[in-house]
Design a protein around this ligand. Structure first.
Ligand code: NOJ
Length: 872
């Protein structure tokens, strides 16, 4: 099908003029835009628009015939998306309207000015280039080559005009010179989100949950950087980037995923616009509606943007996961508590800390070793004096049913006697500088080279380094921490790699910068899977990340400070990362830099116990802070918080299964669960853990009480919205939502592995109709058998008409011992439990009139069986 449709794009600015041309409509809409520039009379830009299964639209703009191919982000999309057919429903001069198969969506392409508008059932949801900010710096010949071609002169650039031209080909940053081998190549455009004034996402910034207006300040920057002691409330990018923005209004959520891995800026401006056009007086009388303009600008690459049409937040999460994958299912141990420090000094120290947990009766699963455990910061090696027998140390931990995590950074010490270095050097596996030599930078070991993880061959070789044979002293209880992978280059421009460094296939670092850490974690996870011959789930923590990193493990928020404000900001930061697909995230408990006062440390443990990744960590200069060093009272409270975490693990693990299979974030902002309640849209001091628990961590010093917002209909009945909850130091304000059942363990033990046979307890919180539902996911906790052999339990619990039922299939010897029904109206007369074969037995119960809580004891009902409890 061919139609006339062409544009002129003048001087890389957004003055589009309708001209002539062809539109091809297969499963893609394909047409060309002509751009005029100072160099050539016309440059064609190719525009592709398509609908992808599941309410997603993709818009791609690239040069039709670039001087050389422009970078298109590979490896982030899990597969080539399946497109849906679009139909032309209207065609007239300068306007083309396409409809989706379901006719729910209409896509209007306007020629002059060039705009794309997306409507859902007649409602305009978003439009592209409404502000005319589309730009595309097409690739040009080097100015000297152009002059040379014209005048036949050599490549000397002493003429002023030529110098100015070259300005776009070179940039100075302090003492650094960035030589742009392929010239300026930035791209950008604007999107208007109609009716939206709440936008979220685009981690990672130390910022509030709601994205702020940037009209009179800095744009949000997406550029992975190692910023030690970073400030809070700052729009500069740190460590990781996910270019996904979400917009929400009461009846709809939408998303924009800008697939570009070069340095990216996002400008946001929210305003109110009159409901319809007309005279100014008429307009003034009318209601104004909000509109948010989002402008994306990237240093390089192409425009490749996915418009996620929701319409609910959970649909957006699914759509993003359809493109980039879901959260890897973590091994159960990694949801326990992790004890880290820079550094645990030696084997004796490790043993002593491990013993300390038992002595103080505090559960924990993993002890961590930072860079000092290596032989001179040569990763994959051990300091021979301090760690003389790492295997023996790991056997000791294994007996205690615990694990070890060691750090493996991406920089490699330049040392010809270090096998990893010499092999990588010989094979040409390092990133090159602009002159073709191995790029050298300074990091922990001193002069270092950087593995080029963008090369699949390097990733394979790197993955092989984790085999037990190659990684001497490693065992299968050792897991990995990838740090400094922005990459961090001390004394480098902005402490990272120069943009003109060169990677695999000759791509400049500027193109792939935000992907570097993503690739290292990918290779590491692959290595851990491979060392177990594909049987065991890996655990890899990374500091740097990109869209899709959720497939490879966990992330943490980097070097925070031991201050109350950092504890507070950790909540919106983790919520933002979670909404961007990475559920397995956490912040260093206690704050990495400095020394927390005991009250702060205690409150941080309480917050961390209800966050997905739970690790205490501290800097080298910080005082030791194992949980028992702050007096008996504080030890007791920390112990309680960690035990609460362990008791909660069946629920948390079930949530991770939901994240893995259905892309539901484990930790989610209130508005996601209560999308119609405007009062929740900006809430960032409390959040939901799954759909059942509302958590309001205490983040104020000497707090005596916190005001908790309890959204939903119940509190309206009680005529109050804010509940004042008193919070003496031992209290963590956590509330269960009416209508839910959560599975817990009846008690905690030394580590997750010690808890396998401990019985379950169900907390049934009734809604106003006296109903509740919930579920429990259970598997062996470590292998891929759940996937390959479908060996898992997925038990559903329903409470209706005073009957609690359990149904599912999988074998475990574990039992449900206790059930607590909250909000039960009156004292029952008798309770019976019946198995599937109809056999019944009477159940012992107690009823508390004051709290309306009914407790059923000594049940011994198999978790894997179908049964019912009748309450009469
Ligand atoms: C920086 C990391 O953010 C921190 O957690 C770690 O302890 C140090 N590097 C030393 O490896």
């Amino acid at each position: 099908m061919a139609l006339s449709f062409f544009y002129v794009f003048e001087e890389s600015r957004a003055d589009w003029l309708s001209l002539f041309g062809d539109v091809e409509l297969k499963s893609w809409l394909l047409f060309f835009i002509a751009a005029r520039s100072s160099v050539c009379s016309q440059v064609l830009l190719q525009v592709e628009i398509c609908e992808i299964e599941g309410n997603i639209f993709r818009l791609k703009i690239d040069e039709a015939t670039p001087l050389r191919a422009r970078y298109k982000v590979p490896d982030v999309l899990t597969k080539e998306p399946t497109t849906q057919r679009l139909f032309i429903s209207q065609k007239e001069a300068g306007i083309l309207v396409l409809s989706s198969v379901s006719e729910d969506y209409k896509l209007q392409v306007t020629a002059n000015p060039f705009q794309v508008e997306l409507q859902s059932k007649g409602e305009t949801v978003l439009s592209m280039n409404s502000n005319g900010l589309l730009y595309f710096e097409h690739l040009q010949p080097l100015p000297c080559d152009r002059y040379t071609a014209k005048s036949g002169n050599s490549r000397t650039m002493n003429d002023r005009g030529k110098q100015e031209d070259l300005g776009l080909w070179q940039e100075k940053f302090g003492s650094f010179l960035d030589v742009k081998a392929h010239g300026p190549s930035s791209v950008g455009t604007d999107f208007s989100l109609h009716g939206f004034d709440h936008v979220y996402g685009i981690p990672q910034h130390t910022e509030a949950l709601l994205l702020k207006n940037t009209s009179d300040g800095d744009a949000y920057r997406l550029y992975n950087l190692d910023i030690f002691g970073h400030k809070i409330h700052d729009k500069i990018g740190i460590y990781g980037s996910v270019p996904l923005l979400l917009a929400h209004k009461p009846n709809r959520t939408a998303g924009i995923f800008w697939l570009n891995s070069s340095e990216t800026l996002v400008d946001i401006s929210t305003k109110a616009v009159p409901l319809s056009s007309g005279s100014a007086a008429e307009a003034a009388k009318q209601r104004a509606v909000p509109l948010t303009d989002v402008r994306w600008m990237s240093e390089s690459g192409i425009i490749d943007v996915f418009l996620l049409m929701g319409p609910t937040a959970f649909d957006i999460f699914k759509q993003f996961a359809q493109l980039t994958g879901t959260q890897a299912l973590p091994p159960l141990f990694s949801l326990g508590y992790h004890q880290c420090r820079w550094n645990y000094e030696d084997e004796q120290d490790v043993k002593a800390v491990d013993a300390g947990f038992d002595e103080h009766d505090i559960p924990y699963d993993v002890i961590w070793l930072d860079i000092e455990h290596t032989d001179g910061k040569r990763y994959f090696t051990w300091d021979k004096k301090k760690f003389q027998n790492p295997r023996k140390m790991q056997e000791h931990l294994r007996k205690k049913k615990r694990k070890l995590v060691v750090i493996v950074d991406p920089h490699i010490k330049i040392d010809p006697t270090y096998t990893l270095y010499s092999q990588a050097k010989d094979k040409g596996y390092f990133v090159k500088d602009r002159n073709g030599q191995d790029f050298e930078g300074i990091c922990w070991p001193g002069s270092s080279c950087y593995l080029d993880f963008t090369n699949p061959e390097v990733r394979k070789w790197y993955a092989d380094q984790f085999t037990f044979k190659t990684y001497k002293g490693s065992t299968n209880i050792l897991f990995v921490w990838n740090d400094m992978n922005e990459p961090s280059v001390f004394k480098g421009a902005e402490l990272t790699m120069q943009k003109d460094a060169v990677h695999y296939n000759n791509w400049e670092h500027r193109e792939v910068h935000n992907l570097y850490g993503f690739y290292q974690q990918m290779a590491t996870a692959e290595g851990l899977i491979r060392r177990s011959s594909g049987k065991e789930r890996p655990f890899v923590l990374t500091r740097s990340f990109f869209a899709g990193s959720q497939k490879y493990g966990a992330v943490w928020t980097g070097d925070n400070t031991a201050e109350w404000s950092y504890l507070k900001i950790s909540i919106p930061m983790l919520l933002t990362i979670s909404m961007a697909g990475i559920s397995f995230c956490g912040a260093d408990v206690g704050g990495f830099i400095g020394d927390p006062e005991p009250e702060l440390l205690v409150r941080w443990y309480q917050a961390g116990a209800y966050q997905p990744f739970f690790r205490g960590h501290s800097n080298m200069e910080s005082k030791r802070r194992e949980p028992w060093l702050f007096g008996e009272k504080n030890t007791q409270i920390i112990r309680e918080a960690i035990r609460e975490r362990y008791v909660l693990l069946p629920y948390l693990y079930t949530l991770f299964y939901r994240a893995h299979t259905a892309a539901e974030p484990v930790m989610r902002p209130l508005w996601v669960e209560f999308p119609g309640k405007i009062e929740t849209f900006g809430v960032e001091n409390e959040y939901m853990l799954g759909n059942a628990l509302l958590v309001h961590p205490v983040t104020e010093q000497e707090a005596k009480a916190v005001s908790v917002l309890l959204p939903g209909s119940e509190e309206v009945r009680m005529n109050m919205k804010l509940l004042s909850c008193s919070v003496q130091r031992s209290v963590i304000p956590v509330f269960q939502r009416g209508g839910t059942v959560i599975p817990l363990k009846t008690r905690a033990a030394k580590s997750t592995e010690w808890m396998i046979d401990i019985s379950y307890e169900l907390h049934v919180a009734l809604d106003t109709e006296a109903c509740a539902i919930g579920e429990l996911y259970l598997d062996d906790g470590h292998s891929f058998q759940y996937l390959h052999k479908k060996q898992f339990l997925y038990q559903k619990f329903t409470f209706q008409k005073n009957i609690l039922s359990s149904s599912g299939k999988y074998h475990t010897t574990c039992v449900v011992e206790r059930v607590i029904v909250l909000g039960f109206g009156q004292q029952p007369t008798f309770v019976t439990a019946c198995s599937k074969d109809g056999k019944g037995k009477e159940v012992v119960f107690t009823y508390n009139m004051k709290t309306s809580a009914l407790t059923l004891e000594n049940l011994a009902l198999s978790v894997d069986a179908d049964w019912q409890i009748y309450i009469n």
